[in-house]
Design a protein around this ligand. Structure first.
Ligand SMILES: NC(=O)c1ccc[n+]([C@@H]2O[C@H](COP(=O)([O-])OP(=O)(O)OC[C@H]3O[C@@H](n4cnc5c(N)ncnc54)[C@H](O)[C@@H]3O)[C@@H](O)[C@H]2O)c1
Length: 448
């Protein structure tokens, strides 16, 4: 048990991606921050001034603030500071999609026993609509009738989180005016831009609809890819034709037409889970009629669809795919901005779909450790060794390093047949030589 309340302005519960970046940003802004985290290794790394996640700028802040304005602990203090922010994980069951709110429940119970009577609790974990009030507020007010509560979502992009914490508008939805005023005063230490909504439910829904909208837009790019594939048309040609000059403002009308997204995988801890939290909020509506469900299912199917298409194309360059060496590039769920996060990564289903059907699977990532690459079922290699050994290269994320390294290696046309399966088409414009030895394909489309 630590008793540090008097020395801290804010406690952050859960030092995962969301908690550690927020803790760093607040400490950097001059607040005294206490991080409460179950995992001992995370607490030790924060207290020694090192980040255990990759995020630009975070190491410098931790090195400067750890042991001073930022302290982490596995235990709870006797009394919490005036503000406590809940950043614990709220996963969805991988087979049923049902939300698991046990971490949130546990955190709320712990906080209710230690918060100052007039303290503010902020829920930052993503939750089904209504959870902050029915689960967290109910627990807090059971002991502290004056407790204040706001839902203030985290909406940053991994890889640019510290910059976005200062620049993005902070949405606030609170249970009453006092709570909203306290939350606004608190977050104005971090950002100039506050969007105040009338309730925590509205703010919870903002977080869910922001992410589900992204899932839906990317899902439509995949819909276009599959439709184009049926007709042997290049989806990028269709998307270019559809978008070119079509986003302009029509004369006299304040209309901006939405752009169609490029096809690609949609992964990450949030986009792979938040649609299920939104589906939990549908009430009596038939889930089979929900656009959100349909987009999620389509996006989840893409790595398997790509794996089958890849195997078909592999059969075009070798009579024995079972002996082929495949280099899988990009283990992290995305390449821009770069990250080492593997949650919801398409590399996992893609690799397991081709495992046992090809000779060897080599794996490379610029940020993910060799141990984690091996954990996904690929033998970790340096990029140039992998390219030299491969019969087929598959780009699973859009890290720009692959444009440089693969295009560089292939600028001398290979003396053997090779398949380059570029799920993100990052090599389309410049990266692949037009020679008969190279079969170049995008997601479900043979380019040349
Ligand atoms: N990762 C993102 O970019 C992102 C963005 C927006 C919102 N969110 C949401 O924020 C929440 C946290 O996400 P994350 O990515 O940081 O998750 P995470 O799994 O990386 O981190 C959560 C941390 O909370 C700790 N924890 C869980 N229960 C605890 C408890 N009772 N006491 C102390 N520590 C506890 C876990 O050990 C873990 O380290 C989730 O609800 C997520 O959906 C995530």
């Amino acid at each position: 048990m630590v008793s540090r309340a008097a020395r801290h302005d804010v406690a952050i519960v859960g030092l995962g991606y969301v908690g550690i970046t927020l803790a760093a940003a607040l400490a950097d802004a001059g607040l005294r921050v206490l991080g409460i985290e179950r995992r001992r290794e995370v607490v030790d790394s924060v207290n020694s001034g090192r980040s255990y996640i990759y995020e630009p700028g975070i190491d410098a802040i931790l090195a400067r603030c750890a042991g001073g304005s930022l302290h982490a602990a596995t235990g709870w203090p006797d009394e919490l500071p005036p503000v406590t922010i809940i950043c614990v994980s709220t996963p969805a069951d991988p087979s049923t999609g049902a939300p698991d709110l046990s971490n949130l429940k546990d955190a709320a119970a712990q906080i209710s026993r230690r918060m100052p009577p007039d303290g503010l609790v902020v829920v930052r974990s993503t939750v089904p609509v209504g959870t902050s009030r029915t689960l967290v507020l109910a627990t807090l007010r059971g002991r502290n009738p004056e407790a204040s509560l706001a839902f203030c979502p985290e909406r940053t992009v991994q890889g640019a989180a510290l910059m976005e914490l200062r620049n993005l508008p902070q949405v606030i939805g609170a249970v009453d005016d006092r709570s909203a005023d306290l939350a606004e005063r608190f977050f104005s230490r971090l950002t100039d831009s506050i969007v105040r909504l009338s309730s925590p439910e509205a703010a919870e829904m903002v977080k869910l609809v922001n992410n589900c909208h992204t899932d839906l837009l990317y899902g439509f790019g995949n819909e276009v890819a599959l439709l184009a594939s049926t007709h042997g048309i290049d989806p990028l040609e269709v998307i270019r034709g559809a978008n070119e000059g079509y986003t302009e403002r029509a004369e006299g009308l304040a209309v901006v037409r939405p752009r169609i997204a490029k096809p690609g995988f949609v992964g990450g801890g949030c986009l792979s889970k938040d649609p299920y939290l939104l589906l939990e909020s549908l009430g009596d509506r038939d889930p089979s009629l929900s656009l959100v469900r349909c987009a999620r299912k389509l996006n989840e199917s893409m790595p398997g669809t790509a794996a089958e298409d890849f195997m078909r194309m592999l059969g075009r360059i070798t009579a024995d795919p079972g002996a082929a060496t495949v280099l899988a590039c990009g283990m992290a769920y995305k390449g821009i901005p770069e990250t080492d996060d593997l949650r919801g990564t398409p590399a996992a289903p893609f690799i397991s779909s081709i495992a046992g059907r090809v000779g060897r699977i080599l794996g490379h990532d610029y940020r993910v450790s060799p141990e984690c690459t091996a954990g996904l079922g690929a033998e970790p290699v340096a990029i140039h060794d992998g390219i030299a050994a491969a019969d087929a290269i598959v780009l699973l994320n859009d890290h720009p390093g692959y444009r440089r390294d693969i295009a560089g290696a292939l600028s001398t046309p290979p003396g053997r047949k090779i398949l380059v399966y570029d799920c993100w088409r990052i090599l389309t414009d410049s990266g692949v030589p037009e020679t008969e030895n190279v079969l170049y394909a995008g997601l479900c489309h043979e380019v040349r």
